[in-house]
Write a protein that binds this ligand. Structure first.
Ligand SMILES: [Zn+2]
Length: 262
């Protein structure tokens, strides 16, 4: 219910900016609520920074500021009160770079943009790598065949799993407890992804991306990337220690059970 109200609010803002012919409200990941929210926040932030003459455009600038504050509060309310789907939460916790890296067949992985890497595509045949994986967006996109995925979708496509199986596997790989998970620790897929996560090669790949990112300009995107890289290093450490993910209490009640599947 709460989600629906917030979604209504987003649609209202979408209409506002469409009237003003601002290209803001692209929806890169379908109709999921939280990715749309994050996408819009980033874009409003970018737009606000890029405005040159703030005095001449005072009205517009103030409007953007209000919009930005409003979105931040929508996000806070949404995170605090809504039942965030487990699949979304796992996408956030997973490292898309790690998942793709596990099945990588190319010896030369290039850096891409401010926060990611380019791999050989795993969904079509190619000789030159064109699968861009951006860690801060938790998202992969192939410029050759158009494949587009986040962590859950990647496992569904690559390992040929259902949605339910993919999130069960993901929670087991990253030691995130969900009640009644039938996937075992010694499942070959769990072992495969754990092995690559703990490999020295993967860690040095992350370090390569991280050391480049922290040299870049201090923008919202770069801050996000840095946080995501640090989160991945922490995940590696946690899995080495074999401790389970510490849920913050506010979120705990929403995540420690399986969602209902239809
Ligand atoms: Zn491809």
């Amino acid at each position: 219910m709460e989600n629906e109200l917030l979604y209504e609010e987003l649609l209202y803002f979408e209409k506002l900016v469409t009237d003003l012919e601002i290209e803001l409200f692209a929806k890169p990941y379908g109709q999921d609520f939280f990715p749309i929210l994050e996408w819009n926040l980033r874009n409003i932030f970018k737009l606000r920074r890029s405005m040159k003459d703030k005095e001449e455009n005072e009205f517009y600038f103030n409007w953007l500021n209000d919009l930005y504050k409003r979105f931040i509060s929508i996000r806070d309310i949404a995170y605090a009160n809504c039942n965030i789907p487990l699949g979304y939460y796992l996408n956030e916790q997973a490292s898309i770079t790690h998942l793709v890296y596990t099945n990588n067949k190319c010896s030369n992985i290039k850096l891409y943009s401010d926060s990611g890497f380019i791999f050989l595509c795993q969904f079509h045949q190619e000789k030159t790598p064109s699968l861009g994986v951006r860690e801060n967006f938790g998202h992969g996109y192939c410029f050759g065949c158009g494949s587009s995925f986040h962590a859950v979708q990647y496992l569904m496509e690559f390992e040929n799993l259902t949605y339910q199986e993919a999130i069960q596997l993901l929670s087991k790989i990253y030691l995130i407890d969900i009640y009644g998970n039938p996937v075992q620790e010694n499942d070959p897929l769990v072992l495969k992804y754990r092995k690559s996560l703990l490999s020295g090669d993967f860690k040095s790949l992350l370090e390569r991306g991280y050391s480049r990112t922290i040299k870049r300009k201090d923008t919202y995107e770069v801050q996000n990337s840095i946080q995501k890289f640090e989160h991945d290093f922490a995940t590696i450490e946690r899995i080495k220690r074999h401790g389970h993910i510490p849920f913050d209490n506010r979120r705990k009640k929403y995540f420690l059970r399986m969602p209902e599947f239809n």
